[in-house]
Write a protein that binds this ligand. Structure first.
Ligand code: GRF
Length: 207
């Protein structure tokens, strides 16, 4: 089984990304895979509650103290994941975690990076910025994680057209549909060994 660990933070997330990945393991969109751990920072988070109700193995690691990175790394290592998927993890990934899982941590961002990314650019802030910029196309990006915000090598992107009159909420809703297709697709490519990193460029071997 290809073991996936999911990481999220705060109490703002809905948990749709993690539930979608769990569903994808169940319904065959990601074959022979399972969720080995869901790790959050706040037990009252709706996303954590949803994960627990789904029957997923949940842990909460509060991001307090200098040893947060070590505690998070140790919790992840004990889950023995093949891949770590961020699903609403709004913090910089601790260096200890990056060192323990080189090129094995991915994230999904609700815009076409490198546009509309960086610290503070999350959730509705992204879609508002996209709306205000007047761009005609947005989308989502699955990328590997490095020590920056939204700066790691890009694995997969899906585009979403913006129609005249689309307000940020409408843009967000359509991007979320694209995200829920893109993330399982990207994880499946990794699980099948079809993703090769060459510096900042990511090659996907076609099946
Ligand atoms: C998603 O939009 C994803 O792009 C971003 O965080 C959001 C999490 O949404 N990284 P949800 O809480 O999983 O519904």
């Amino acid at each position: 089984m290809f073991r996936i660990a999911i990481l999220l933070s705060g109490a703002h997330g809905r948990g749709s990304t993690l539930i979608n990945l769990a569903d994808a393991c169940q319904d065959g969109r990601i074959p022979d895979a399972g969720i080995a751990a869901v790790i959050g920072t706040v037990s009252s988070s709706p996303a954590i509650q949803r994960a627990a109700a789904y029957g997923l193995p949940v842990r909460v690691i509060p991001p307090k103290g200098d040893d947060y990175g070590v505690r998070l790394r140790d919790a992840l290592v004990s889950a023995e994941p093949d891949l770590v998927c961020l699903a609403g993890y709004m913090r910089r990934t601790p260096q200890e975690v990056l060192d323990a899982f080189p090129s094995r941590i991915v994230n999904i961002h609700p815009a076409l990076l490198p546009s509309f990314g960086g610290q503070g650019m999350y959730g509705e802030h992204v879609h508002k910025a996209v709306y205000e910029a007047g761009v005609k196309v947005t989308g989502c990006t699955v990328h590997f994680i490095d020590s920056g915000y939204d700066t790691g090598p890009i694995l997969l992107q899906k585009t979403v057209e913006i129609n005249d009159g689309d307000m940020p909420d409408a843009i967000a809703a359509r991007v979320l549909v694209a995200e829920h297709a893109a993330y399982p697709e990207a994880v499946r490519l990794i699980a099948e060994g079809r993703v090769k990193l060459h510096g900042r460029r990511v090659a996907v071997l076609r099946g």
